[in-house]
Design a protein around this ligand. Structure first.
Ligand SMILES: Nc1ncnc2c1ncn2[C@@H]1O[C@H](COP(=O)(O)OP(=O)(O)O)[C@@H](O)[C@H]1O
Ligand SMILES: [Mg+2]
Length: 352
């Protein structure tokens, strides 16, 4: 970690990545005879500048550890990390200035008001009085009316937004949000996302951790999935969703059946899911929905209704990690993952 001279520093600052980690490892020492915890097992992460990037993973995957290493709150065991091209050791001050972190914990001093907290934070980052935007930030996060109320009187959602405001005080080019909507109601969640989206549109790189897949799917243009401290996928959201070449079409028929017609069973693996309903699971790259409909007509069956289900991020997650994104206490057991054609490229096998 010694200084290597300015030449290298300049090339590093020219980085295209807002965040770049290489072989990042964090092992927490075991306490009281407990074994040590391998929270990060060699993470290579590249977050392009301007991205709205999602870091997904079940509880305990290592998301907060990764964020906290970037924020300078946790000391990594090995590997390197750069923020806006600045090495987090060698150029610590510059690296810290480039990032604003909204922590997972609602750690606010209850006896300060939102205005005082933002002013204090601005002071910590050496933002001159003339350049402070306290009122504008409070307004942007919808806390104007609460500016002078004690933080302890704020609701959970308001505290979360105050933490976002705090992270933005020094106008960092990267905003990191660690599980920002846990415990936030729908209304406030919308408000928060509108604000974060606006920041992203205006050029701020967003790095967000969540275990709400719908949220990541809706917001993020790129997604990395980590599990057991390892990166198991990293791609654009669209490419990730395309990995599973599987769709389900359910067709309600104009009459009841007792068995699946032979042609439909062999060619399309149709299943009778109700007396008058057939379900088809197919690979869109191999079979067109129209072929299924033609086969149904050829079997002399009439169609009353058709529904299809697209791949969702939850399916990808399940295929990669072998589990759904359930809360920690439901994750004690870990079934074997359904194999994909390699975690980094190629499309998925059927999910059987
Ligand atoms: N301060 C700590 N000391 C020991 N173990 C920790 C500490 N912080 C986190 N861990 C462990 O490291 C692993 C990763 O945790 P964390 O980074 O919080 O995951 P996530 O944010 O994805 O839920 C977990 O097994 C957790 O119990
Ligand atoms: Mg966490």
């Amino acid at each position: 970690m010694a200084s290597d001279g300015s030449q290298e520093l300049m090339t590093e600052q020219a980085s295209n990545y807002a965040v770049e980690t290489s072989a990042l490892v964090k092992t927490y020492a075991g306490r009281n005879g407990q074994p040590s915890v391998h929270a990060l097992n060699g993470i290579d992460l590249k977050v392009p500048k301007g991205a709205f990037f999602g870091l997904l993973g079940p509880n305990g995957a290592g998301k907060s550890t990764l964020i906290n290493v970037l924020a300078g709150l946790v000391v990594r065991s090995s590997g390197t990390a750069r923020i806006w091209g600045f090495d987090i050791d060698r150029d610590m001050r510059a690296a810290r200035r480039a990032i604003g972190v909204v922590p997972q914990e609602l750690n606010l001093d209850p006896f300060f008001t939102p205005r005082e907290l933002l002013e204090l934070q601005a002071g910590l980052y050496g933002v001159p009085k003339a350049r402070r935007r306290t009122d504008a930030i409070l307004e942007a996060v919808g806390l104007t009316r609460q500016s002078d109320a004690y933080a302890r009187s704020l609701s959970g959602g308001m505290r979360r937004r105050l933490l976002v405001a705090k992270a933005m005080v020094h106008a960092p080019p990267i905003l990191v949000l660690d599980e920002p909507t846990a415990g936030v109601d729908v209304e406030l969640r919308r408000h928060l996302w509108a604000y974060v989206r606006e920041l992203n549109r205006a050029g701020t790189t967003i790095l967000l951790t969540t275990h709400y897949l719908e949220e990541a799917q809706a917001l993020c243009d790129r997604i990395a999935i980590i599990d057991h401290g390892q990166m198991i996928a990293c791609d654009t959201t669209d490419a990730l969703l395309r990995r599973i070449d599987s769709k389900t079409m359910t067709i309600t028929l104009d009459r009841t059946l007792t068995t699946v017609p032979e042609t439909l069973a062999t060619r399309f693996h149709a299943q009778l899911v109700a007396p008058a309903r057939l379900s088809f699971r197919y690979a869109p790259s191999q079979v067109h929905g129209g072929e299924i409909l033609a086969a149904i007509a050829a079997a002399d069956l009439g169609v009353v209704e058709i529904t299809t289900r697209e791949t969702e991020l939850e399916d990808i997650f399940l295929a990669l990690t072998g589990r759904r994104t359930a809360p920690a206490d439901e994750q004690a057991e870990r079934p074997a993952a359904v194999p994909l054609n390699g975690p980094v490229s190629g499309s998925a096998e059927g999910l059987g």
